[in-house]
Design a protein around this ligand. Sequence first.
Ligand SMILES: Cc1cc2nc3c(=O)[nH]c(=O)nc-3n(C[C@H](O)[C@H](O)[C@H](O)COP(=O)(O)OP(=O)(O)OC[C@H]3O[C@@H](n4cnc5c(N)ncnc54)[C@H](O)[C@@H]3O)c2cc1C
Length: 568
Amino acid sequence: MKKLMSILLSVWMIVSCMAVGFADEPAYTPGTYTAIGMGRNANLSLDVTFNEHAITDIQVSHVETPTIGGLALEILTEEALVHQTSNLDVISGATISSAGFKMALADTIKQAGGNAGQLEKYSRPAQDYQTEADVIVIGAGGAGLTAALTANENGASVILLEKSGVIGGNFIAAQSGVNAANAKIQQGIEGTDAVAFKEMQMNNDLVREKLVDALVDNSGAMADWLTSKGVEFTVQENNPIRLNATADGTTTITIVDALTRALEESAVQLYTDTRATELIQDENGKITAVKATGRGGVEVTFHANKGVILATGGYGKDHDRVLAYRPDYSDTITAETAPTTGDGLDIALAVGGVLVDMGEINMHTNVLPGYGMLTSIYMPGGRQTTGIWVNKEARRFVKEAFNNGSNVDAILSQTDGDAYMVFDAEGMNDTLGHLLELGIVKSAGSPEELGKKLGIDGEALAATIAVYNEDIADGTDDAFGKAGLEILDGDTFYGYRFKVGVHYFMGGVLIDPQAHVVTESGAIIPGLYAAGEVTGGVQGTTRVDGTGVGDSLTFGYIAGQSVMGDPQ
Ligand SMILES: Cc1cc2nc3c(=O)[nH]c(=O)nc-3n(C[C@H](O)[C@H](O)[C@H](O)COP(=O)(O)OP(=O)(O)OC[C@H]3O[C@@H](n4cnc5c(N)ncnc54)[C@H](O)[C@@H]3O)c2cc1C
């Protein structure tokens, strides 16, 4: 995509120089102007240079995730230069960064004496699709990228469809490493064998043992394959089943970066902004094609000679679907960042697939409305802080601990499922500082004022803090028994609202150990495979940390081989 944009940019430079030569009235006051826009991780800043007739340079400073917001900013920068407008389509999957860029660019145009509102709209054109390949992979998260590349290496021509404007899915949001056994890098290290990994997975109720075996037995080869793509793993000392790779930040960002490079060097044809909607079967029930919708609503049918791999992830972005399986989660939001709405579930169901364990949803206690989960991606300082949690009534209600389990019910039972983190300057860190800039974290000179800013009773908050400070003065939290709490005082108090968020879906499309999608009776649907979070049965009732990521990669790896290995 980058190469294509560079060519377009060069063509524009020639055309615009010619155009500038004909322009009479100067449109801008030459100079470099600066403006700030809202990003997802923090505010972003644009330095935009103008000559009398054109925007000639755009420099963006940001701390967005490189492969999501960062990539979107690169695309938008080039489009803005090529088409000389801030009136651009947002990049789906990176809408906050896109909106921040457009707003800041419009601001600099105004500063330069121009009128952004009068500039022409640029919409990305419909794509020129190749419509036939051996394998069609749907979804470009961890599972889809792995499946597409593996199938391609096994001799398949591959088309990879991604509904958003960026790749990496929710996979890229994961903070942990990858669980695997018997990878080359684990050789000679105690506790890195299949038995240890399997024992850990089998602790979960509802897991299908055959799927766990497939996960465990192929995980080492998957990790070795990633190593061959340039991912440099280390084995985690206190948990040798866990492989980490932090060259580019988190393990998942490092993996997506490596797979993106591999994708660029491969013959896999990637189409972003292309949403698969339906499968076509022949008279024998074999899956032969995928119907999809591209940019501008263009309908396209992709023919698959060998098979189709579903890798569409979970469905956190479809709250109604969550409620259909868990009506008790009405007060939840989601930690998912990609536009995952469960399309793969409908697609599989329509051709005879079956959904299992759909009520099993992993929750996280640390999700901020309008933002997502607090993560430490590219934000030194981490995601957590010391302080107290209060409810809408400004009262403490539980022993504070961000986790995936025990405090979920405590938060959900508060008014509107709302909780508020309250802390002082001691608890401030870089992550929270960025969120302060974005207006998500509030600050005030007193608890009363902070309460007002948070929309809760300030007097009650002051009283809660006073009782709490008195209570822990002797080092003991009499109310909830939490250790390590410190008195809240000083000139500035901070706080933010948070909720429980759906975070990972253990349930989904049932597959067999070769990643075939199966029917209720266990029969294979010929030509249909699935991998990653869209599937069910691998995780059971809990997502073990590192196995969400590992499941997607390993079953992507299995599916990419099965689709070429199966007799056609
Ligand atoms: C905030 C967060 C933190 C996490 N932390 C961890 C962790 O620490 N450890 C861990 O093991 N797991 C973690 N997980 C879970 C882990 O990220 C998931 O297991 C993993 O992302 C699933 O990968 P996937 O490829 O199956 O799906 P995804 O990465 O979600 O990719 C699915 C892709 O399919 C695309 N798509 C959907 N529908 C269509 C369609 N109709 N047509 C075309 N494309 C489509 C989506 O846009 C998306 O890009 C976390 C998840 C979140 C949200």
